[in-house]
Design a protein around this ligand. Sequence first.
Ligand SMILES: O=C(CO)[C@H](O)[C@H](O)COP(=O)(O)O
Ligand SMILES: [Fe+2]
Length: 215
Amino acid sequence: MAKISPSILSADFSNLKEEIGKVEEGGADFIHLDVMDGIFVPNITFGPPVIKKIKAVTEVPFDVHLMIDRPERYIEDFIVAGADIITVHAESTTHLHRTIQYIKSYDKKVGVALNPSTSLESIEYVLEDIDMVLIMTVNPGFGGQSFIPAMKRKIQRLRKTIDDNNLDIKIEVDGGVKLDNAKEIIDLGVDILVVGSGIYGAEDVVQRTKMFKNI
Ligand SMILES: O=C(CO)[C@H](O)[C@H](O)COP(=O)(O)O
Ligand SMILES: [Fe+2]
């Protein structure tokens, strides 16, 4: 069964404690935190101080998606704030291998994210070092966009590479995941679904989280 990582990007930022409580009640496996710096992506969200505050209101592990330029500058801050999994973009750091080892030196799980146009070959030589690959299925920066169909091929190819080489890597998919395409995406071999507007856009967020869990 796929795990669910609700993204608070589409939650009510004035009421994060209650918003996180709803997905926790619905059975969320992770809380997905979209950190944007206005440089790597054309939007700005929040950073370590906010993460530190909300860490205190939930037991659910934090899945931190860094959409920031040169993330190695802030890794320690995000770990101190409460990140359990840290995902950096392959496009955002010149020395990806070094950044991965740096995150691992803190004994944290590490993921690498790929923009839609970035090929899987760019992470070929770090696959044995990472815990997760995050396939962006929209261009990063905003919630509520549509799933890019060509990403299905990318997910399938990654699934095959992981299975053929007996790698211990989870596949996370992020962007445009809705109730009506979730099953098709899971069937491609995805382990973790990030869902933002598909959960927080619902009238009943608890119920909607449960519906995703039951797919
Ligand atoms: O990383 C992201 C955007 O850059 C978000 O996690 C993602 O877009 C989730 O939102 P939605 O489910 O509404 O597409
Ligand atoms: Fe994300």
